[in-house]
Design a protein around this ligand. Structure first.
Ligand code: HEC
Length: 142
């Protein structure tokens, strides 16, 4: 009876230990992506389903004007009216080198999860609105 009890207890402890290690490493991986602000590869490689459509770009412009302009500015240079109160400057969308180094999927992910003073737009905007806004943002570095 005793021996059985200890065997079960041991199994239970292993089980708990494995659970702690597994959930800890999953949380660590998620945090790493967040702090580096590096999109997970499967999202970074996503293509913008709305790219190359002028009508859609206009819709993206409306999203931008309503939600993004106050920080990122009319010209996309990060000089929006609210930008003075930000501790970290918003990105400069006119910077070709910076923008070309990032895939549409990467920008999409950054906008969705946000970081610091950049809001996590997934709480407010639908995916297609974000994709359209990305299409619009690209125009600043063209
Ligand atoms: C309250 C101010 C604010 C608003 C509103 C805002 N952003 Fe930002 N955004 C930021 C800040 C600050 C950063 C830089 C964050 C960092 O580097 O930690 C940023 C970064 C970004 C970046 C990444 C740029 C890069 O090169 O890394 C993208 C893309 C972006 N914002 C898009 C948007 C879009 C699209 C909207 C509207 C839906 C929006 N932002 C609204 C403040 C804002």
């Amino acid at each position: 009876m005793h021996r059985n009890f200890y065997r079960i207890l041991k199994k239970l402890l292993y089980f708990i230990l494995a659970g702690v290690i597994l959930s800890g490493s999953a949380a660590w991986a998620a945090e790493k992506y967040y702090y580096d602000w590096t999109a997970p590869p499967e999202i970074a490689s996503m293509k913008n389903p709305y790219s190359g459509n002028p009508g859609v770009r206009k819709e993206g412009g409306a999203v931008y004007q309503k939600w993004c302009l106050r920080c990122h500015g009319r010209k996309g240079d990060g000089e929006g009216s609210s930008s003075l109160s930000l501790r970290i400057p918003p990105g400069d969308f006119t910077d070709k080198k910076r923008m070309n180094a990032q895939t549409d999927g990467t920008l999409f992910w950054k906008v969705r999860v946000g970081r610091g003073e950049m809001p996590p737009w997934q709480l407010i905007l639908r995916k297609e609105e974000i994709w359209k806004a990305i299409g619009f943002i690209r125009k600043f570095s063209k």
